[in-house]
Design a binder for this molecule. Structure first.
Ligand code: FE2
Ligand code: FE2
Length: 469
């Protein structure tokens, strides 16, 4: 069983020790009640350390490819992690065994990875992770060969509203053939708050145990002390150790970008992207290439598109290299569009509060303010998307062939476009409601204070004049 209870820290145990002695407390019943209470607390503090280690988050799988993957797990303290895999349909070949180690981090948890290698391509594996007496089970599905179909899911911005996230995950679990998750960022509300990560891995646990996770960094992951460090610990690939990377899975190439850093030429990510796009351009004709990132260059929602990225000419770079579609988040809604052949999808409906702003960029082809995910499938030389709302209804289904425009159900290039409010209306609706009272109250209080002050000053002057006369 996966346990999320955190053991008491060493400092807590140290406090209970010297302060809890019976000699400190006076009185009959009170004394014995206190001794009993201390015993229970001391046992609680010590018990987790005395037993075997256990899993506190995960496992989840990164770097999923044709013949290898990276399994990551968090344990309550440093532990040896044993992983046993068996290929479904090839059980006679016997199980593969791997071992790794988790190591301690400043927040008291221990995290580690186990490299799984020598796997069969296009094969579903069932795995068992053993840590102490704890046993966790999951699945992974290695990448298919060129031309073979497969399914994946795309979503983001699940932070904050846990019940909404759980409901979206339940819909994604209906996609039983999904092999990979592309995440557009904002996994947590505050990256520096450990319990937020606990929420993520608990709520998405069933999903990340049967898919490979391809993450991108949101702005909320870097909020709070140690936020970015936690993101690295949980989600950064070991092959790059960067918040940007390229991953290939079947006929899909994923370029994950970090939209939280500077885009100036000469920066590490810019140089990497330029070099990587040159490589991607060589193979893009035979593959679908997607970019995942948090702040996309195009969006009609409350936050809007990422100006810096457009000013730096990044969309042109991507288009020229053969990138087909950009998946972004940050705006908590769904939007689909096309800018001179470069397609984009904003999918930020994983659970965070929805935004109703829709400024309808001229490139917009569909928009809805709704919790949702995107189911993607590559099949028959086409890239298919189906947008599924939190209630299981389908918002729209589209597809495109390489270099061709979106084709959506009914032959229409446009999906449903819901009338939205403008950014100005949104500002007054949100901030007016929240701060309107203070906007009225503060000038009234300041005015009353000034009136009283001037009146008092007048009275003093009058009194002085009376004294002189
Ligand atoms: Fe967000
Ligand atoms: Fe965001």
């Amino acid at each position: 069983m996966c346990k999320y209870a955190r053991p008491l820290s060493k400092s807590s145990a140290a406090v209970f020790g010297p302060r809890g002695g019976a000699g400190v407390l006076e009185g009959g019943v009170f004394r014995w009640v206190s001794v009993f209470a201390f015993s229970v607390l001391a046992a609680t503090a010590v018990a987790p350390k005395a037993g075997a280690q256990s899993v506190t988050k995960g496992p989840w799988v990164l770097e999923l490819g044709e013949d290898s993957a990276l399994l990551r797990v968090e344990t309550d303290r440093p532990a040896t992690v044993s992983v046993s895999l068996s290929a479904v349909g090839h059980e006679a070949e016997g199980a593969l065994s791997f071992e790794g180690q988790t190591t301690t981090h400043p927040d008291d948890a221990a995290i580690g990875s186990v490299r799984l290698s020598g796997l069969r391509g296009d094969t579903r594996y069932e795995y068992v992770v053993r840590v102490g007496d704890d046993e966790e089970r999951g699945e992974l599905w290695t990448a298919p060969p060129p031309g073979a179909p497969f399914t994946f899911v795309v979503y983001g911005d699940n932070r904050t509203k846990q019940d909404m996230h759980v409901a979206v995950v339940e819909q994604m679990l209906e996609e039983t053939d999904a092999r990979v998750i592309l995440h557009t960022g904002d996994f947590v509300e505050m990256g520096g708050r450990p319990r937020d990560w606990g929420d993520y891995f608990r709520n998405a646990g069933a999903l990340v145990r049967r898919t490979g996770l391809f993450p991108s960094l949101g702005n909320h992951e870097i909020y709070g002390p140690g936020g970015l460090a936690r993101y690295h610990r949980y989600l950064t690939r070991e092959d790059t150790r960067e918040t940007w990377y390229r991953a290939d899975y079947g006929d899909l190439t994923v370029l994950a970008l970090d939209s939280n850093v500077d885009w100036e030429p000469g920066t590490a990510q810019h140089d990497w992207l330029t070099a990587t796009l040159a490589e991607v351009a060589e193979v893009a004709a035979d593959r679908f290439v997607v970019v995942i990132l948090h702040h996309g260059p195009y969006s009609s929602g409350r936050h809007g598109g990422f100006d810096d990225m457009r000013e730096m000419g990044v969309p042109e770079q991507l288009r020229d290299a053969g990138v087909d579609v950009i998946f972004s988040g940050h705006d908590h809604d769904y939007e689909r569009g096309d800018v001179d052949g470069l397609k984009y999808v904003v999918t930020g409906g994983g659970g965070a509060p929805l935004y109703t702003v829709n400024e309808r960029s001229p490139h917009q082809l569909a928009f809805e303010s709704v919790h949702h995910f995107v189911r993607g499938r590559i099949e028959g030389g086409r890239f298919h998307t189906r947008v599924v709302r939190i209630d299981g209804t389908v918002l729209e289904e589209c597809s495109f062939a390489k270099g061709e425009p979106w084709q959506c159900e009914g032959g229409s290039p446009a999906g449903p476009v819901e009338p939205g409010i403008s950014r100005q209306e949104d500002f007054f609706q949100n901030y007016g409601k929240r701060y309107g009272f203070y906007v009225v109250l503060v000038p009234v209080v300041i005015g009353a204070f000034l009136y009283a002050w001037r009146r008092r000053r007048k009275q003093k002057r009058a009194a002085k004049t009376d004294e002189k006369s």
